[in-house]
Design a protein around this ligand. Structure first.
Ligand SMILES: Nc1nc2c(ncn2[C@@H]2O[C@H](COP(=O)(O)OP(=O)(O)OP(=O)(O)O)[C@@H](O)[C@H]2O)c(=O)[nH]1
Ligand SMILES: [Mg+2]
Length: 302
């Protein structure tokens, strides 16, 4: 996890702490650093932004006495990374849910969107399980009526974590499934409606239209984009399109357990400015962790 980013920062550190670099040497070191970031799934735009933040600080960096250089340089990196990464604490999501329930007596609606295979359905089940552990009942809307076996998968996962799932037939209007679920959640007094949606290989126009319709009809309190961290630059494009066309409040990055590069978190935060709420670190229902900037930054700089 995050080894690629870690190596990029490490090699820059080695070069700048050995001796005070000439202007040319610093330029070369930063160029190599930028390419290493790009090789770790940081987009070029984001990598350039990082380099631009670091450059002036390194230009005035004097190699301190032996042993202190590394700490000083890490402080520079830490500031830059903290400046880019955005987190949304899951506890705030819990209090927003509780507030809606208390003040309006209505379920909190979360719409999950994202490219296919990104981990939407699994993440929904993990979130349902997490809500349950926090004393909140949820219901799953099986609004992926498109992909073969999607409804069975959603129902099985819901059963596994002990929450209700509402479904219709394949080919049914996804927005109608969502509305059905919302109405039944009100009578069942469930606090949260989790809407699963279809992913397609690309964020195609008809899918984006469908998502916009879903948003109009279901009026979600939050829209969460689920992205597979292994898909790097493709995920960046998808994130942009979902953000521009549908609107994204928060992001969940999945499969971080098998991602050795790690750059997508930086790209997503910098380019779509949506905070990350959770990371997926495995296929089990407990493999969902709050996204903590500090944890990520310290791992990159360890
Ligand atoms: N290792 C790992 N696997 C994950 C994680 N999250 C999801 N997966 C796996 O990724 C695969 C796809 O997950 P789904 O939840 O079906 O993805 P989806 O976005 O709903 O896919 P579609 O409905 O086809 O669009 C499954 O095999 C999941 O078990 C994770 O954090 N780590
Ligand atoms: Mg799915």
């Amino acid at each position: 996890m995050l080894e690629g980013l870690k190596r990029a920062f490490q090699s820059l550190t080695e070069r700048v702490t050995k001796a005070t670099l000439s202007e040319k040497e610093l330029r070369e070191a930063l160029e190599d650093f930028k390419l290493q970031l790009v090789g770790s799934d940081v987009s070029l735009e984001t990598a350039e932004h990082i380099v631009n933040l670091i450059r002036p600080k390194l230009a005035e960096f004097k190699v301190p006495r032996f042993g202190e250089a590394e700490d000083a340089i890490k402080t520079v990196y830490r500031d830059v990374l903290n400046n880019i990464l955005l987190e949304f604490p899951p506890e705030t999501l819990l209090s927003n849910i509780e507030e809606k329930s208390r003040e309006r007596g209505e379920p909190y609606i979360i719409l999950f969107v994202g490219p296919n295979g990104g981990g939407k359905t699994t993440t929904i089940a993990k979130i349902a399980y997490w809500l349950k552990k926090n004393g909140l009942a949820s219901v799953l809307a099986c609004a992926d009526t498109f992909r073969a076996a999607a409804i069975e998968q959603a129902k099985n996962l819901a059963a596994q974590v002990g929450v209700r799932a509402v479904s219709q037939k394949y080919g049914a209007d996804p927005a109608a499934v969502a509305m059905d679920t919302i109405i039944s959640a009100k009578s069942n007094r469930e606090s949260v409606v989790l809407i699963d949606t279809a992913g397609r290989s690309e964020a195609k126009k008809n899918l984006l239209d469908e998502m916009r319709k879903m948003k109009r009809v279901a009026q979600p309190d939050s829209t969460i984009l689920v992205l597979d961290s292994l898909t790097g630059s493709a995920a960046r494009e998808q994130a942009r399109r979902f953000h521009e066309n549908v609107g994204v409040d928060y992001v969940v990055l999945t499969k971080l357990d098998s991602d050795s590069r790690g750059g997508l978190a930086l790209t997503v935060c910098h380019e779509i400015r949506s905070p990350i709420v959770f990371i997926g670190v495995g296929q089990g229902m407990d493999d969902l962790k709050p996204f903590k900037k500090e944890f990520i930054v310290e791992r990159i700089l360890a």
